[in-house]
Design a protein around this ligand. Structure first.
Ligand code: APR
Length: 316
């Protein structure tokens, strides 16, 4: 059987950590690409990672490069290129610089890995997924953004800490845009099916929602740059679902074609991920208040996309 090939664009904190999680899970061969000025960093990090193989017992080819030709034949490409958030910056402040970067990266993916499935991690996420879709020209099923996997993981962690139980037993679902824009669904959040609303009071659940929403900002405040372990872990969970054709349902920024009342936008929804990329958006009936929050979140994503198309009319 052919090994999967996973390319990661950007050998910074998130990209290198994606490579580490993917290698540890032995998901396939790994190529990491950075700009020519940083090729030494890409090569050095991958040499270092490759030498963990004998200890961690993973066996895959790992390459650091600045040559996009090396991504040829990739099954999945993860885009982490871009500048991270600094204290006081919102994700939206990054927009102009990161659109330029993600646009040029996407054009290279279109040229060198035209059959790949693309997972975008660069922020502001919802705008970057749209940029990658337009700039690759790929069908929407082959473009998605990593947001919900991370936001859900943060939410589950904070709930488990409050309940005092293992994080493994908490399951949760969130919709909408990344971070501040996410839409919590306490009724879809449980401990082995026991509704979380039976285990925690409303104020505590709301505090966990708020902490998950602002989880990225909390990390930025603490260490002066944005997070990398959990964003990379979320992205690699999606890579695994695709390369193993698992049909996992992972909250992801996926293209809506009428589902949940929206069309023509990438927004966080439960997405079935398999070898075809986003194989299905799993739609279910929202309550009136959930729909209202989802609509608000979608309209913020729409505004962000409007900012992108105003700055870069060729992406309209
Ligand atoms: N092609 C390839 N790599 C690029 C390009 C490009 N055109 N432009 C920038 N990069 C690289 C940078 O050289 C750098 O090594 O992207 C890398 C980004 O790494 P970091 O600065 O460490 O940023 P990181 O913390 O990894 O965050 C990257 O992910 O979660 C998001 O908000 C975060 O948008 C940010 C992105």
């Amino acid at each position: 059987m052919r090994r999967a090939k996973i390319s990661i664009i950007g050998a910074g904190n998130v990209g290198a950590t994606c490579a580490q999680w993917a290698a540890q899970k032995e998901l396939g061969d790994i190529v990491i690409v950075d700009i020519p000025d940083k090729v030494g960093v890409a090569q050095g990090k991958m040499l270092d990672l490759a030498c963990c193989g004998p200890i961690e017992r993973f066996d895959c080819n790992i390459l650091g490069t600045s040559d996009y030709k090396d991504i040829a034949g990739s099954d999945v490409v993860v885009i982490t290129a871009g500048i991270p958030r600094k204290p006081g910056m919102s994700r939206d402040d990054l927009i102009e610089t990161n659109v330029k970067i993600v646009k040029s990266v996407s054009e290279n993916i279109r040229e060198y890995a035209p059959d790949s499935i693309v997972i975008v991690v660069s922020n502001p996420l919802d705008a970057m997924v749209y940029t990658a879709w337009k700039a690759t020209g790929f069908p929407a099923s082959r473009i998605m953004g990593q947001a919900g996997a991370l936001d859900c993981a943060r939410f589950r962690t904070f709930l488990a800490w409050e309940i005092g139980c293992s994080i493994e037993d908490v399951s949760a679902l969130l919709l909408g845009g990344h971070g501040d824009d996410m839409v919590p669904l306490p009724r879809c959040t449980s401990v082995h099916g026991i509704p979380v609303t039976d285990l925690l009071d409303e104020a505590t659940i709301n505090a966990c929602v708020e902490r998950a929403k602002k989880g990225g900002g909390e990390v930025v405040k603490l260490m002066g740059t944005s997070a990398w372990y959990a964003p990379a872990s979320g992205a690699v969970q999606m890579v695994e679902a695709i390369v193993k054709d698992k049909k996992r349902i992972i909250p992801s920024a996926a293209y809506l074609d009428g589902q949940f009342g929206h069309k023509g936008l990438f927004v966080g929804v439960p997405a079935m991920l398999g070898s075809g990329g986003v194989e299905k958006v799993v739609e279910f009936k929202l309550t009136d208040s959930e729909q209202k929050l989802f609509d608000e979140s979608a309209s913020h994503v729409e505004e962000l996309v409007g900012v992108v198309t105003k700055m870069f009319p060729e992406l309209a």
